[in-house]
Design a protein. Structure first.
Length: 324
């Protein structure tokens, strides 16, 4: 049955971060679930990248993966001027940084290019953070994808920790503010309570052991992208103005559910969320929280292989939409 826990363990320093030494990393493996379209890209044969077997499908994965960082950005010029140089400083071995602009009305695009020469800047094709990430994911050329917010809340010094978990055998390294060693200077009490409730709902529905469902700092092997089956970037916007399923802030939940349903090795990595530097969140606590709840119901039905739920979602006129 999808979602049933087969094995849960806490990994000590063997797979922990080179930067943190003994940070525990939680592992949950679910029963494998057939996922149509799941496939792994062959690892390019490059001399400097020795291969090791992958735990999910048996395909080789590199010991020293090329890391692609995908940064969704909506009106984040002031933040990107700080965040992108810090990213390069803290993780100089980065393979590529892909900033996906959501039609910003500030200087986001110019600021990204100035702050990080060589950055790839893409425009999202519809609206919503989920669509921005899907556009970025589709353009990734590295072995590992790191999801990285533009607002200064993600600490680039933690990338090592995520990559270490993946190289140590995880398919997915999921950031958690609520594991020992994690924390948040950004989350409000209301959002913390909502996240805890949604997290519990996820765990009951999918047999997972997650502690932080709605967190945007995560990493995974790029060869898993096909199984995610996200709304394709080239799909036109829906005529009724509603978002495609997965285009909005429910994206983290969609990813978590699909990873869990696929029976992957998901390890939580303690992460400290820093405060947003400039500006305000685009997330609307109640509307987006409700959308996440609906996502859990829809994804559970999808995972069970029942008749696909066709969620009818009212247009969410987020600040993102208003701005674009
Ligand atoms: N491209 C794009 N980025 C978005 C959109 N909505 C949010 N983001 C980005 O997603 C990241 C997280 O959004 P934020 O508003 O900080 O939400 P929070 O972290 O949940 O409070 C930030 O980098 C935002 O700029 C969107 O519609 N399009
Ligand atoms: Mg934020």
């Amino acid at each position: 049955m999808p979602g049933e826990i087969r094995q849960t363990r806490t990994i000590g320093d063997a797979t922990a971060s080179p930067t943190t030494g003994s940070e525990p990393v939680r592992t949950t493996r679910h029963d494998p679930h057939p996922t149509s379209g799941a496939s792994r890209r062959p690892s390019p044969a490059e001399g400097h990248r020795a291969s090791r077997p992958a735990s999910a499908t048996g395909s080789p994965r590199p010991q020293r993966p090329r890391v692609s960082v995908v940064v969704p950005a909506l009106n984040e010029a002031d933040n990107l001027r700080v965040v992108l140089p810090e990213l390069r400083r803290e993780y100089p071995q980065i393979h590529e940084v892909i900033v996906v602009d959501g039609g910003s009305v500030d200087d986001t695009v110019a600021a990204a290019r100035e702050a990080l020469p060589g950055v790839r800047v893409l425009s999202q094709t519809r609206r919503g953070k989920g669509n921005a990430l899907a556009v970025g994911f589709a353009a990734v050329t590295g072995d590992v994808v790191v999801m990285f917010d533009a607002d200064g809340s993600a600490d680039p010094a933690e990338i090592d920790r995520f990559v270490a978990a993946l190289v140590g055998g995880a398919d997915v390294a999921k950031g958690s503010r609520f594991r020992a060693g994690g924390g948040s200077d950004d989350i409000t009490p209301l959002r913390r309570a909502g996240n805890a409730f949604l997290n519990g709902t996820m765990n009951r529905g999918f047999g997972t052991d997650h502690t932080d469902l709605c967190y945007g700092y995560n990493a995974f092997w790029a060869d898993l992208l096909p199984l995610l089956d996200l709304p394709r970037p080239e799909l036109p916007p829906r005529p009724d103005g509603a978002m495609h399923w997965g285009d909005g802030f429910e994206i983290e939940t969609v990813l978590a559910c699909r990873f869990a349903a696929a029976g992957l090795d998901i390890r939580e990595v303690p992460s400290v969320e820093r405060p947003r530097i400039h500006g305000e969140t685009n997330l609307r606590t109640f509307a987006d929280g409700f959308r996440v709840l609906r996502t859990l119901a829809a994804e559970r039905r999808r995972a069970r292989g029942s008749v696909a739920l066709r969620p009818r979602i009212r247009p969410t006129r987020s600040r993102s939409a208003a701005a674009s």
